[in-house]
Design a protein around this ligand. Sequence first.
Ligand code: SPV
Ligand code: MG
Length: 286
Amino acid sequence: VPESKPAALRRLLEGDRVVRVIGAHNGLSARLVEWCGFEAVWASGFELSTSCALPDASILTMSEALDAARTMNEAVSIPIIADCDTGFGDTANVVHMVRRYESAGIAGVCIEDKRFPKLNSFVEVGQELISVDAFADKIRAAKRAQRDPDFVVIGRTEALIAGLGVEEALERAAAYADAGADAILVHSRASTPQQIWAFMARWSLRLPVVIVPTTYRASLAELERHGVRVVIHANLGIRAAAKAMRETFMELQAAGWVTPGIEDRIASLDELLELQGMRDLIASRQ
Ligand code: SPV
Ligand code: MG
């Protein structure tokens, strides 16, 4: 029997190497994450919202996020970690969400301790958390709702994002671990990793730690040294895509509506036929 995706994700979390994860928002970006050799896909709420030209503020529904996660999952053979924001509401919503994501074959979900409706962590105002107990309740409910014991639930604390400090982040992480989380994501938007290293120094390593270094830099060697297990580059794909699209469109405008200068800097049609799976389709017919 081939290894299930939840089992594959669990094996990565339990290994001793830093797990490298990249954010995606659709089948194409997820497939590129796999083809470039990364270990898992982060189905990013920020990327998905941006790709819909909507704010990352609990505007998209659970079904919309699930549809996107399912498309990504079907496009790759590596596990998907789905960014499920606050769990799309209260504890009962978390239960429903876990059942639906698990049935769709998603390897794991991540929920965060912000108040629903949430705002993306890079927004500096209005970052409000729910109580430790209320969020621990969500984690417990999520763990009770899953059927496959390998399905992964990551508890994410936004204590540092809300400006509450490392002590609060540690307290919350410990409570979420006690509630049954399989890993802890600790997020920071500081310009250096100092808060994260302070957290790691005092975290007893009883659960794997996941980080998202967007505003700060941390090399794989440093992550390894501080005991971080999973690193997610959550939004590189859509930032690369947005800039490339804008520049290409603007250049077409400037070039007087002819494309020769652009063609050699964008993906060829051949490349896209390969990415969409046309090559395999044709081969299967012969
Ligand atoms: C996302 O990619 O949607 C995340 C990470 O949750 S962040 O945008 O940094 O909050
Ligand atoms: Mg998010």
